[in-house]
Design a protein around this ligand. Structure first.
Ligand code: ATP
Ligand code: MG
Length: 246
C-alpha cells in the first residue's frame, strides 16, 4: 500500500541554521502517527515542511502518490493537508462563525455544504455554537484550540497535522479536544500529531517517531515506544510519570 504521506531524507533549515537532517517518515491512509521529542527537536519545523510553509533543502515529500515539494501551502491544502499550528492562530477580530467560514474557503461556492461543516464543528464543540457571534480573540485558550481544530476540519482534509494541541490547557479541556481528534481519526482522516503530553500522544496514535536534535532516533508502534528508554529521555527528560502515565 502506498503511504498517504511519505517524507524521504528531508533536510530542513532556516537560512544557514540546519534544523532537521535526513528525516524519513510515513503516514498511511487512516493512520494516526505521533511525532515526539523535546523542546527544539524540530517537530514544528517538520510540520511546517509538510504543510508547505518551509521548503526542504533536500529530500522529497509525496502525498497521495504525488510529489508535493514545490507546491505552496494553499495547493497542499487543496490536496487535503491541513495544519493546526502551534499557538492556534485563530483570526482574533473575526467571529467564531467567520473563522469557520474562512476555513471552508475552498467550498465557498457551496453554501449549504459550508453550513453543514459548521454544524459538524458545533456538534463537536457545543461551546463554539454558544459563542458563534463572538470575536475569536475573546475566547479562552481551550475554546481557541477547539476553534482552530474545527476551522482546519472545514477544508475536509485527508491529513490533519496538529502541533501541540494540549499546550497550556487544563486537563479537562484537553480530554475534550482529544476525544474529538480520536473521533475525527475514526471517521477516516489521517493524523500527524506533535504532542508533548505523552499520555495523549500514545492514546491517540498507533505509531510514532522520536525526534532528537533534528534526527529520528526511534520509530515504531506506540505500544512499543511507550517503554523505550529513548522516548522517556526525549519526552520527559528522563523522569517517568510526570506527564500522566507513559
Ligand atoms: N524561524 C527560525 N529561524 C531560525 N531558527 C529557527 C526558526 N524556527 C525554529 N528555529 C530553530 O529550529 C530548532 C527546532 O525548532 P522547532 O520549533 O521545530 O522545535 P520544536 O520541536 O517544535 O520545539 P517545541 O517543543 O519547543 O515547540 C530550534 O533550535 C529553533 O531555535
Ligand atoms: Mg514546536
Amino acid at each position: 500500500m502506498t503511504p498517504l504521506l511519505e517524507a524521504t531524507a528531508l533536510d530542513l533549515a532556516y537560512g544557514p541554521v540546519a534544523v532537521c537532517r535526513d528525516l524519513s517518515f510515513q503516514v498511511m491512509a487512516g493512520e494516526a502517527v505521533a511525532l515526539i521529542g523535546a523542546n527544539g527537536a524540530g517537530k514544528t519545523t517538520t510540520l511546517r515542511a509538510v504543510a508547505g510553509l518551509l521548503a526542504p533543502r533536500a529530500g522529497t515529500l509525496r502525498f497521495a502518490g504525488q510529489t508535493i515539494d514545490r507546491l505552496p501551502s494553499h495547493a497542499r491544502l487543496g490536496l487535503g493537508i491541513a495544519l493546526v499550528p502551534e499557538g492556534r492562530r485563530v483570526f482574533p477580530f473575526l467571529t467564531v462563525r467567520e473563522n469557520l467560514e474562512m476555513g471552508g474557503f475552498r467550498h465557498r461556492h457551496q453554501r449549504r455544504h459550508v453550513a453543514r461543516l459548521i454544524e459538524r464543528g458545533f456538534a463537536w464543540f457545543p461551546r463554539l455554537r454558544e459563542r458563534a457571534g463572538q470575536r475569536a480573540g475573546t475566547l479562552s485558550g481551550g475554546e481557541q484550540q477547539m476553534l482552530a481544530l474545527a476551522r482546519a476540519m472545514m477544508s475536509e482534509p485527508r491529513l490533519l497535522c496538529l502541533d501541540e494541541p494540549s499546550l497550556g490547557l487544563a486537563p479537562i479541556v484537553v480530554q475534550d479536544i482529544f476525544r474529538t481528534i480520536a473521533a475525527i481519526n475514526r471517521d477516516g482522516t489521517s493524523i500527524l500529531l506533535v504532542e508533548q503530553n505523552a499520555h495523549y500522544a500514545f492514546a491517540t496514535a498507533v505509531r510514532g517517531y522520536v525526534l532528537r536534535g533534528g534526527s529520528i532516533v526511534a520509530a515504531g508502534p506506540t505500544a512499543a515506544l511507550r517503554s523505550d528508554e529513548r522516548v522517556r529521555a526525549a519526552y520527559l527528560g528522563g523522569s517517568v510519570g510526570a506527564s500522566g502515565g507513559i
